[in-house]
Design a protein around this ligand. Structure first.
Ligand SMILES: [Fe+2]
Length: 379
């Protein structure tokens, strides 16, 4: 099939495999000297376990506070995991990737794209930032475009140093391309969107209260007051910190709602939040940070799996997998033989896992007893 070209933002199409598409959402790996080996080991294990058809990486990938060559070498070691397994990977950026100034988004994108497995796009100067594009997904048995992945660079900071949002020109690009897809294929092509920073509408989907109760957090910027899940809104997962959305809303979420082709928008940025809320027909979903960090290894970190069936692309299923779900030291040692470190980590993982699961379970029990949250807990 000819490439579907528009505004030069063309990624290689994916294909449903036997009618299925499995996406692994990796975000906020923050790979640096202190965590590189364990983070790469765990991601390798996750890829081998889940066998995704595509990986989407939504920024804050490599810590950029080291020297430039180190950052690029870390980037290459990260990409090699996907290359070794022939897993296509679509990447974009977070607020930290180019924050130090020692490497630009464009340079990082060029480094990602040294690897044939990268289907990421540097869209050039047609929009601000780098890494806003879409990835069409073709049917298993034909060239029909059955699904689509929108990848947005949500920027880093605005002029006042507050978090950014997807800019107006990217919103316009999305609306225009979404309309072109609809006219090309004679119907809306269902899709998912991925980016680093969550949309401000996440607050509209929560319940505002005047006091702190369990699982309630103080809002940021103009979102005064305290927020928790709204029992009347469909929601799932766990909210563990306030959504750190951008300060200025450029209308991205409204555009998704208006176009009606996006089932959900998946973000990272808020490392410990693993939740979703359905608002105006679009799921606002945050995924956990996919890094290794030894002080809260067991429940706070992991990745998200999203499955789509070609027979009905108007729905998808999603689950969070935390590191403690997959951690097996004997498996890690096949990737890197860390000997003593792995043994010690295994013991601490087991203990912390038990403790955190107990605390999490107690918290949910309290919330349910007091009727603060009426939906069934699941990721
Ligand atoms: Fe981050």
């Amino acid at each position: 099939m000819d490439k579907i070209i528009f505004n030069n933002t063309t990624a290689e199409p994916l294909t449903f495999k036997n009618g299925k598409l499995r996406v692994i959402h990796i975000t906020d790996t923050h790979i640096g000297a202190d965590n590189e080996e364990m983070t790469l080991c765990l991601i390798a294990q996750a890829l081998d376990r889940e066998k995704p058809d595509v990986a989407v990486v939504t920024g804050d990938t490599i810590s950029s506070d080291n020297n430039r060559e180190e950052v690029l070498e870390r980037t290459r070691r990260f990409m090699q995991l996907f290359q070794d397994r022939n897993i296509p990977v679509a990447l974009t950026f977070g607020n930290h990737d180019s924050e130090s100034g020692i490497v630009t988004r464009q340079e990082l994108m060029a480094c990602y794209n040294e690897f044939p497995c990268s289907i990421s796009v540097d869209e050039g100067d047609i929009m601000d930032g780098c890494g806003t594009y879409n990835v069409p997904v073709l049917a298993s048995e034909s060239d029909e475009v059955k699904f689509n992945l929108w990848i947005f660079d949500s920027g880093d900071y605005d002029d006042e140093g507050k978090y950014a949002n997807v800019s107006e020109e990217k919103v316009e690009w999305y609306k225009e391309k979404s309309k072109i897809y609809e006219s090309m294929f004679g119907k809306k092509v269902y899709s998912l969107a991925f980016q680093h920073i969550i949309v401000p509408e996440s607050y509209d989907a929560l319940k505002k209260v005047n006091h702190i109760t369990p699982y309630t957090y103080k809002g940021i910027y103009d979102h005064e007051g305290y927020y928790r899940f709204d029992p009347k809104m469909p929601n799932f997962g766990t909210l563990k910190e306030p959504p750190c959305c951008g300060a200025i809303n450029h209308g991205q979420f409204d555009a998704l709602v208006e176009r009606g082709d996006c089932l959900g928008i998946f973000t990272g940025h808020d490392h410990t939040n693993a939740f979703g809320v359905k608002y105006k027909g679009v799921d606002i979903v945050n995924s956990l940070s996919t890094r290794y960090q030894d002080d809260c290894f067991s429940t706070q970190y992991g990745y998200r799996i999203i499955d789509i069936d070609e027979k009905d692309t108007s729905v998808y299923s999603s689950k969070v997998v935390r590191w403690y779900n997959i951690y097996k030291p004997e498996n890690l040692s096949q990737y890197k033989n860390k000997g003593e470190l792995i043994y010690k980590t295994a013991k601490s993982v087991a203990l912390k896992g038990l403790r955190e699961r107990f605390l999490q379970g107690s918290g949910h029990l309290i919330v349910r007893i007091f009727g603060l949250r009426k939906v069934k807990y699941k990721d």
